[in-house]
Design a protein around this ligand. Structure first.
Ligand code: FES
Length: 238
């Protein structure tokens, strides 16, 4: 996780004040590559949130301000999107986010008892982070691995059905760094950089951006004309 001073979310965009950059040069370069894939830069908001989360393990206010600058939106808009999705964390989390599913299939197979044991052995309630910063415990809805109940994920990787005994062993392994091969620190969705796949033609993207801007301007002009006409009708003497 990163430290340092915090830039409050909600700083108005285009304020004329250059905010200090938080994201690394590498992350910014990758972000620009992603933005180039979309007709509208703001469409890249969620991928950029994941990039930033990969850097810090969670979405810091400074990172959200950087993303806002890259997308020409407000930091509050980034926060509004990020706070909607479970996989994006706008508060600090541990190196490992351990999710215990307590939906029906898992509940019938001991999930409540497992979660109770996890809270007791870790010394935190669901939603909390251990004092050493290594584990954040989460209670989850169905994780789509119902045939291996009670289902547990670590940093969105399935680790199979767990018992209280195997859960403690799993936590010990995580803390000892014995699972780094299959479970990277929180925030890393993939460890392989894409070198092929979706490629957007810059000319096509530029054309689509121009067409969307023109359409938006047309809608704004039509709305303004309708308002003017309405005001004119309303202002007629009876
Ligand atoms: S009910 Fe737990 S994974 Fe589906």
């Amino acid at each position: 996780m990163s430290g340092g001073s915090r830039t409050p979310v909600g700083v108005p965009r285009r304020s004329g004040v250059a905010a200090p950059r938080h994201l690394s040069a590498d992350t910014r370069a990758r972000a620009l590559e992603v933005i180039a894939l979309y007709p509208q830069p703001r469409s890249a908001m969620i991928p950029l949130c994941h990039l930033a989360q990969e850097e810090d393990g969670w979405l810091t206010p400074e990172a959200m301000a950087d993303i806002a600058g890259l997308l020409d939106v407000t930091p509050a808009e980034v926060l509004g999107t990020a706070s909607f999705y479970d996989m994006l964390h706008t508060e600090p989390v541990g190196t490992h986010v351990v999710s215990v599913c307590t939906n029906v299939a898992c509940l019938l197979n001991g999930a409540a008892e497992l979660l109770e044991h996890a809270e007791s052995s870790l010394g935190v309630n669901a939603g909390g982070t251990t004092a050493d910063g290594s584990i954040t415990l989460e209670e989850s809805e169905c994780l789509a691995d119902c045939d291996r109940a009670p289902c547990v994920q670590v940093n969105h990787r399935f680790v199979g059905a767990q018992t209280p005994v195997s859960f403690d062993r799993l936590v010990a392994d995580l803390r000892a760094g014995a699972r780094t091969q299959d479970i990277p620190g929180h925030g890393t969705l993939v460890r392989v950089r894409r070198t092929t796949g979706l490629q957007a033609d810059p000319v096509t993207v530029a054309g689509e951006r121009a067409a969307m801007a023109e359409a938006q301007a047309g809608r704004a002009a039509a709305a303004e004309a309708a308002k003017t006409a309405s005001d004119g009708v309303g202002g007629q003497p009876s």
